[in-house]
Design a protein around this ligand. Sequence first.
Ligand code: PRP
Ligand code: URA
Length: 213
Amino acid sequence: MKKYDNVTIFDHPLVNHKVAILRNEKTSMKEFRELIEEITTLMTFECLKEGVPTVEVQVKTPLETCTQRVIKDNSIVIVPILRAGLGMVNGVHVLFPSAKVGHIGLCRNEETLEPVEYYAKFPDGIEDKLVLIVDPMLATGGSACDAIEMLKRRGCKDIKFMAIIGAPEGVSRVAEQHPDVHVFVSTLDRCLNDKGYILPGLGDAGDRIFGTK
Ligand code: PRP
Ligand code: URA
C-alpha cells in the first residue's frame, strides 16, 4: 500500500500479540470482547498523543504549587459505528471516562457491500469536539467514509478514525477521500475476499463480540 501522511499503522509487539489471539477462531466471545477493549486502550494512548485540546491548571503538591497541562474537560467525543464499534467504547473510556458518546448505525448490504444507515445520535456541541470514530474493521472503507461524511455534514472539523484491522483497499480509500482525518489501524491485512471480508482478518467482528451466528 502507498504511504499516507494521515495513516498510522501500529507495529507494536503487545498489540500484535493480542491481535494474534483475537484472530484465532477458537478464541471465546468473552476473551474476544476483552481483547478488543485492551487493544483499543493501547491504541488510544498513541492515537490521542497529538491534537488533544489541553489547558494549564495549578496543582498544589505536598511541597509546592506547579503548573500542569491537563486534557480540557468535555473535549473528546467517541463515536462507535454500530454494532461492532460498541466493543471499543470501554477501551477508550478507561482512559477518558468523561468522554461523551455519539452513535452511528451502519450495516453493510451483503450484496452491494454499501453501508446502509439506520441510526444517528450525537451529543450537543459535537462540532467543536475532537471526534474519535471507532470500528474494529476497516474493509472496503464504505462505512468509515459514510460515518466521516455524516459527521462533517454536522460541522465536525477534528476527526480521527481508529480501527483494529484494516484492508489496504479501505485504508487507502479513507486516507484519499479524507486527507484531514487521521486513520489509526493496529494491523494492515492482505486484501479483501469476494464477499468483502478482510483476509486473513478475524471474521465478522460484530458476530464475535455479541455472539450472533
Ligand atoms: C462491519 C464492521 C464495519 C464494516 C466494515 O460492520 O464493523 O462497520 O463492516 O466494512 P466496510 O469497510 O466494507 O464498510 P457490519 O456492517 O458487518 O455491521 P455489524 O457491526 O452490525 O456487524
Ligand atoms: N466486517 C467484519 O466484521 N469483518 C470483515 O472482515 C469485514 C467487514
